[in-house]
Design a protein around this ligand. Structure first.
Ligand code: PMP
Length: 438
């Protein structure tokens, strides 16, 4: 292999058609605020906050400085039987940000780890209560819960599941809620579809409700093409879970920390689950970190019942990592100091107008929005699902905009600092892209 070939192919890229990228690499060398700098020296507007994580914008000085200071003071410390003051401070800060009684926090290194942690804690909880027959987990079609074996088992993306063997047993899936016939071009949450929550009754009765441990859903699905919950759907899931003693987990890896203008989607929708998985916006993407936010009764079950000094046989080398903790504390301060969640709420109507201004352009078959999230669903080319989306992504990059595509759906989730003018520029450029692609 030549050095040049080796340089490209030695990195096996995640979720990327690698050879296609080698032929046409999109390299990033810098970032500031709303923009990336590409290797060819262009300013690229970040319309996706990286991967839904850079909510405060890039290179926020407060976060940069906190991480620099931390690495020079305490680079790493274990959290098995030891601790740092900052990780306790961060946990109590998070406990105050999420709805009561979600008052306890378990730190992880990513969204996938948060999901597997939450699923394990749910199973552990039932065992601690002497209800160990509850081992089944219910996910949803078109759900994305990261790439751990737990996450892909409860997840509903066929390609992420089908190549990896038998997965977890005892898993079932609710139907997804995407319904273009009834809900196309809805602004905010769709009117139709709350009745799909009733499938949980069917699934519970099918398996015997006393065997079901937990239901996990994204309150707003992101990675599977941005699917907003139908009005009333989440509330109904909560009621059914309560009726059957099933724990409800919200996977908020993308919806927490301001994406919908609140600290959590749970707060936004007024529905409180038993566990919330988070990551991404927790540290503004600067250092990898996740956190599972946990209900009082679940925490107490582990503390009260074991009689041993170790309550939960679970944890990561990087749980509570000092650099991540420093990044998170500074990130939360930046959100607060700049009133960023309120800012996102104030900007959401302008964002909604912007994204829906693309209605009527070639290939556009649906547009969706909520908070500072948008989706443009394109008609797929015959026999080539995803080709048009990929073409749009490349054309947008050429126009100086980073977008994310899932199949033929463009997903948009800018940093919360986006201005009205930048919204106009973004949708002006995207309109040009849509007019020009085949
Ligand atoms: N859950 C959800 C809802 C996500 O959107 C993601 C990432 N997009 C994950 C889990 C996985 O997070 P990570 O890539 O950090 O493992």
């Amino acid at each position: 292999m030549t050095a040049a070939q080796n340089k490209m192919s030695s990195f096996w890229m995640p979720f990327t058609p690698n050879r296609d990228f080698h032929d046409d690499p999109r390299m990033i060398v810098g970032a500031d605020g709303m923009y990336y700098t590409s290797a060819d020296g262009r300013q690229i507007m970040d319309a996706t906050a990286g991967l839904w994580c850079v909510n405060a914008g890039h290179n926020d000085p407060l976060i940069v400085e906190a991480v620099q200071k931390q690495v020079a003071t305490l680079d790493y410390a274990p959290h098995f039987n030891f601790g740092t003051p900052q990780s306790f401070e961060l946990a109590s800060k998070l406990a105050s940000m999420f709805p009561d009684p979600l008052n306890h926090v378990f730190f992880t290194g990513s969204g996938s780890e948060s999901v597997d942690t939450a699923l394990k804690i749910a199973l552990h909880y039932h065992r601690m209560r002497g209800d160990g027959a509850r081992t089944r987990l219910i996910g949803r079609e078109r759900g994305y819960h990261g790439v751990g074996f737990g996450g892909i088992s409860v997840g509903g993306i066929v390609n992420n599941r089908k190549h990896f063997g038998g997965l977890l047993t005892g898993v079932d899936h609710l139907p997804h809620t995407h319904n273009l016939e009834k809900n196309a071009f809805t602004k905010g949450c769709p009117e139709h579809g709350a009745e799909l929550a009733e499938d949980l009754v069917r699934i519970a009765e099918l398996h015997d409700p006393s065997t079901i441990a937990a239901v996990i859903v994204e309150p707003m699905a992101g990675s599977t093409g941005v699917l907003m919950p139908p009005v009333g759907y989440l509330k109904r899931l909560r009621e059914i879970c309560d009726q059957y003693g099933i724990l409800l987990i919200f996977d908020e890896v993308i919806t927490a920390y301001g994406r919908l203008g609140k600290a959590s989607a749970a707060e936004y929708f007024g529905v409180t689950p038993d566990l919330i998985t988070t990551a991404k916006g927790l540290t503004n993407g600067v250092v990898p970190m996740g956190a599972v936010i946990i209900d009082e009764k679940i925490y107490n079950s582990a503390m009260d019942n074991t009689g041993t000094p170790i309550e939960l046989f679970h944890g990561y080398t990087y749980s509570g990592h000092p650099l991540a903790t420093a990044a998170a504390l500074a990130t939360l301060k930046s959100y607060e100091d700049n009133d960023m969640f309120a800012r996102a709420t104030a900007m959401a109507p302008k964002w909604e107008d912007g994204v829906h201004s693309l209605k009527g352009l070639p290939h556009v078959k649906d547009i969706r929005n909520l908070g500072l999230v948008g989706a443009i669903e394109l008609e797929s080319r015959a026999g080539a699902v995803g080709a048009r989306g990929m073409e749009a992504m490349k054309a947008a990059w050429a126009e100086g905009v980073m977008i994310r595509v899932t199949g033929d759906i463009i997903a948009l989730s800018p940093p919360l600092i986006i201005s009205e003018e930048e919204i106009q520029t973004l949708f002006g450029k995207l309109a040009g892209v849509l007019k020009n692609i085949a």
